[in-house]
Design a protein around this ligand. Structure first.
Ligand code: GTP
Ligand code: SPV
Ligand code: MN
Length: 598
């Protein structure tokens, strides 16, 4: 199947370890897709949806204990523990392979092992990375078809001796106690066993394009980030691009596909999607940062997605999509909480149990039909607002980088960092409330630097240093901002309407990049005054804007304590510059808290 001797040797080694009944190399053809779909339907792994309403689309349920990434079972295996750093779980490579082997050994007996050559980024671009994933899951194989470029052209690109990431994936017995997601960056290898879900199993996504890629990026002088990429077209037809890093389930897909408010649309503003989850950023020949989306599809959060909140996502999943852990309706369609319409008369919930909207448990609490982290998998080319440049090999030039998170209090709607290094501090100190995208306590605030805490494949202190270094190397760096769509009032209601109205903030950000918008200087950065955002057509409760743009020094001082404790974990490896930024902020906060002497 391949002229690549190392690849052939590795595949047969893994075959001897996992003992599948047969090995099938995937070429990416339509005929192969049809065959895999038929097999998956026959085995019950996929359910075909009503072909009239959902052409080419399928339904899948993962095991009930396997519905989100398991960060506590995710490891970076380096020879020195310090190279993985305090923010990663660590095993020595020898111990990682030993534990992985124990679970993988013989685990594919009675099953087929699929060999999937895939490219992150367009095939043949010098910036793309090739992986080969072995998997015993047809669901994973068909999802990789949507999420990556795969098959024969990739194998041809790889040639007889090209570099590739070795990605072994096996479901094993889907037992959470026998599940490990292991990264061996020194060997360019990923082993994932015991899970069939999303970021645990689609190894091109978080495992390769962030954990392994971030490691490579540091060595090669670029950035691999958990960021969406979008373009804003103004009425003159000029398009400017931004990237935004928000933690999982904090609004990347929604922002990437945003439809501007009516008034802006009437003037001719448009948003174009380049990517919704991952960005690879490099220095371009013009001295700017350029970004590519290495993926070919969207693996988006279903709940809350509807024709009002995200019409473009709804269109993207209209055909050739896979739905995971949502409600399966009795007439072969799908539904989820916050989806279109009131829901089906009857259906099956994400665990396959009879379910109807309004269902309550024994304690009278509503029972959701879809898992909160249920997802749709859809080809990017289906998206009506996909950018004409989304497959440009060199990417798109970036004007602004936005960090953000989910904070009920503290973080204002938007602020701008003073300069690159301060922006790195803003990113490094970002925090967010935990969502359903990972196992753990919902709502708990955790520090999530650059939204990369679960995804940085090396010591985060070195990662911060690398960001600072990039600032020195990029002659025309983007401006850096922080946003928070999730501020709440005392009654727990969102202060900001979010979604399409986030365009108002984007517009201010881009105007700042052009040197055109006004701002006031505060201790934490530049903020718009209440009149500096274009709020035409938006009716907010009295005082809402003042609250959304308030900076309360006492609260930021308290936050500073958390930052200090977090930075402290990295010891002497943390760049001094971040401590300098921290001290400078504390001094500005002190000055802001003192009554003005002027
Ligand atoms: P991952 O795919 O896990 O990386 O998530 P993501 O960052 O792409 O998040 P996504 O856009 O899917 O949004 C997750 C949840 O946040 C959904 O339930 C959305 O409805 C909600 N959400 C997105 N944008 C906004 C917003 O501007 N305001 C509010 N209040 N909620 C939002
Ligand atoms: C995330 O959790 O950030 C996702 C979904 O985008 S997963 O592919 O599971 O990582
Ligand atoms: Mn994500």
């Amino acid at each position: 199947m391949t002229t690549h001797a190392k690849l052939a040797v590795w595949v047969s080694q893994m075959e001897r370890l996992c003992r599948p009944d047969r090995v099938v190399w995937l070429d990416g053809s339509e005929a192969e897709k049809t065959r895999l779909e038929a097999e998956a339907v026959a085995s019950g792994e996929l359910i075909r949806l009503d072909p009239a309403r959902h052409p080419g689309s399928f339904y899948h349920r993962s095991a009930p204990n396997d519905v989100s990434r398991t960060e506590h079972l995710t490891y970076v295996c380096t020879r020195n523990q310090d190279d993985a750093g305090p923010a990663n779980n660590w095993l020595s490579p020898a111990e990682g392979y030993r534990r992985g082997e124990e679970i993988a050994r013989g685990s594919m007996s009675g099953r087929t092992m699929y060999v999937i050559p895939f490219s992150m980024g367009v095939v043949g671009s010098p910036f793309s990375k090739i992986g080969v994933q072995l998997t015993d899951s047809i669901y994973v194989a068909l999802s990789m078809r949507i999420m990556t470029r795969m098959g024969r052209p990739v194998l041809e690109q790889l040639g007889a001796d090209g570099e590739f990431t070795r990605c072994l994936h096996g479901k094993a017995d889907l037992d959470i106690n026998r599940r490990l997601i292991l990264h061996f960056p020194e060997d360019n290898t990923i082993w994932s066993v015991g899970s069939g879900y999303g970021g645990n199993a689609l190894l091109g996504k978080k495992c390769l394009s962030l954990r392994i890629a971030s490691w490579l990026a540091r060595r090669e002088g670029w950035l691999a980030e958990h960021m969406l990429i979008l373009g804003v077209e103004d009425p003159q037809g000029r398009v400017e691009y931004v990237t935004a890093a928000f933690p999982s389930a904090c609004g990347k897909t929604n922002l990437a596909m945003l439809i501007p408010p009516e008034g802006f649309r009437a003037k001719g503003y448009k948003v174009w999607t380049v990517g919704d989850d991952i960005a690879w950023l490099r220095l371009g020949t013009d001295g700017r940062l350029w970004a590519v989306n290495p993926e070919a599809g969207f693996f988006g959060v279903a709940p809350g997605t509807n024709s009002r909140s995200n019409l473009n996502a709804m269109a993207a999943m209209r055909r050739d999509a896979i739905f995971t852990n949502v409600v399966l309706t009795e007439d072969g369609s799908v539904w989820w909480e916050g989806g279109d319409g009131p829901g089906p008369r009857a259906g099956l919930d994400w665990q396959g149990r009879p379910w109807h909207p309004g269902q309550k448990d024994a304690q009278g609490r509503p029972v959701p039909g879809a898992h909160p982290n249920s997802r749709f998998t859809a080809p990017a080319r289906n998206c009506p607002c996909i950018s004409a440049h989304w497959e440009d090999p060199q990417g798109v030039p970036i004007s602004a980088i936005i960090f953000g998170g989910r904070r009920e209090r503290l973080a204002p709607l938007v602020y701008e960092a003073f300069d690159w290094n301060h922006g790195v501090y803003v990113g490094a100190t970002a925090a967010s409330e935990r969502t359903a995208a990972q196992v753990g306590t919902l709502g708990e605030v955790r520090r999530d630097p650059m939204a990369m805490l679960p995804f940085c494949g090396y010591n985060m202190a070195d990662y911060f240093a690398h960001w600072l270094e990039m600032g020195r190397r990029v002659p025309r760096p983007p401006k850096i901002f922080h946003v928070n769509w999730f501020g709440k009032d005392e009654d727990g209601r969102f202060l900001w309407p979010g979604f399409g109205d986030n365009f108002r903030v984007l517009e201010w950000i881009l105007a700042r990049c052009r040197g055109e918008a006004r701002a006031r200087e505060t201790a934490i950065g530049y903020l718009p005054g209440a009149g500096d955002l274009d709020l035409e057509g938006l009716r907010l409760p009295a005082g809402a804007m003042e609250r959304l743009l308030a900076v309360r020094p006492e609260e930021w001082r308290a936050e500073g304590e958390g930052v200090k404790a977090f930075f402290g974990r990295f010891g002497a490896r943390l760049p001094q510059e971040l401590w300098r930024q921290h001290e400078a902020l504390q001094q500005r906060l002190d000055a802001a808290a003192r009554p003005s002497r002027r």
